[in-house]
Design a protein around this ligand. Sequence first.
Ligand code: SF4
Length: 503
Amino acid sequence: MNAPTVILRACASYDVARVRGIVGDALVRLGLRPTGRTLVKPNCVASGPKFPHAHTRPEFLEGVLLALRDHATPELSEIAVGERCGITIPTRYAFTGAGYYPMFARAGVDKVYHFDEVPQVEIPLYHPERLRDSLYTPEPVARADFFVNCPKFKAHPWTTVTFSMKNYIGIQDDRHRLIDHDHMLDRKVADLQYIIQPQLVAIDAIIAGEGRMLTPLPFDLGLVVLGDNQVAVDAVCCMIIGIDPRSVAHIRLAWERGFGPVDLSAIRVEGDVSLDEAKARARGFRSGLVKVDEYFANTSIRAYGGPPPGGTVDYCWGGCPGALEEAIEILRLFDPGTDRKLPPVHIVFGRHEGPIPAKDGETVIFMGDCATWKGTLGGAPVEVADRYVDRSHKDPLEARAEDIFVKMLRTKRAMAGKAKIVQLGGCPVSVAEQVLALVELGHLENPYLDPSEATRFMSCYLQWRTRQAVNRVMGRPYNVPGPSQRGAARPAQNLPPEPGAAS
Ligand code: SF4
């Protein structure tokens, strides 16, 4: 069997023709021809003027789409783009902000799938290490014949990096995405790999995103990274920024489960940029993974990152603490005076056993269902009990996702009044809710009501809700039971070789 191939190509700017040529070359080199239902999945987690480096750029995506058309078989039935952006906001809003729709018209895209508006199909899992017996994914993903993963090269506060595999968090809608989005996030991402494997990966690393994922700093890498195996692609991306791929849990797990190699000896690296040159370009790139206590040192926020339930890990890397880091950066974007305006506040995650040195009048927030503490505040004894619900009791069919306006009201109510001890429930408490909590605390501008974005946001929001209502009226089931519930065989979609084949 041929070794997986990773291709590193130089691309100094967002030149559509150049990207089209690079992707076309890769398709020929890898012997790939788009066919049937071809689906491209970008990373469009956030967009718009405040988030210019969070998403796969439209020029890049346009080059990919044109190249796919150039090299398609006669059996191609559609070239589509699908994505679920960051939760709570409509994908339509993210696509508008990214400038995707005019580009879709230019590139002749046949279908656009907003994954928050289509049926979700059950995919059964059978591997022994699975977190649950099935996952739900949007129908266009489950039915794709030729799948192209088209992420952005970025750092990530929860998972160190987000390259190819982590982009799969966007193949679930809100209600399913939030399940296991906690200290098991890396295992969740590894489980998502069983839904589908891409024939082609094409990563926008022309301007990479450093430090964070929603509000990353631009880092000029001038690269396009392509390949036919996403473990190999992600491993090489790790090497480019100087980290061991095995140190990134979801990459290590996928490798251990046979999805692809992480050793250079098992990967063919090609292209007009050598790995050494790519490493030189990436020198100084900062990845994610900074604990919340450290992240907020020397600010008005004093954070306490205690262990989550289960006793297996000492920190919840995939949940509430990282969301606070993203939340503060969003607020800083919208108001540079955020840190000055925020009063001193103590924010507790997980099981905290030390003191909380809150002075009179300072607020203490217990963030997330698993936050617990026993001690004295303002001279009075305080005991915060665990409200955590074990994942075995969470049923994807019963999962709910709250509307952003409901979140606003709920958070406002929780933060209102003179109460200085606040419990914000959820597992996880999302970035949006933590933004809203800080807005209330510091009387800050609410980014969701930013006047420059309000009209566009409301227009997309209403279209989104209308489409969901139409689906309900038309009797289109939201969750479609899959083969596991019908007793059929496992769908075979480029799944890994049998266990033991890991290199
Ligand atoms: S409540 Fe938050 S910190 Fe606790 S396990 Fe869930 S996601 Fe992690």
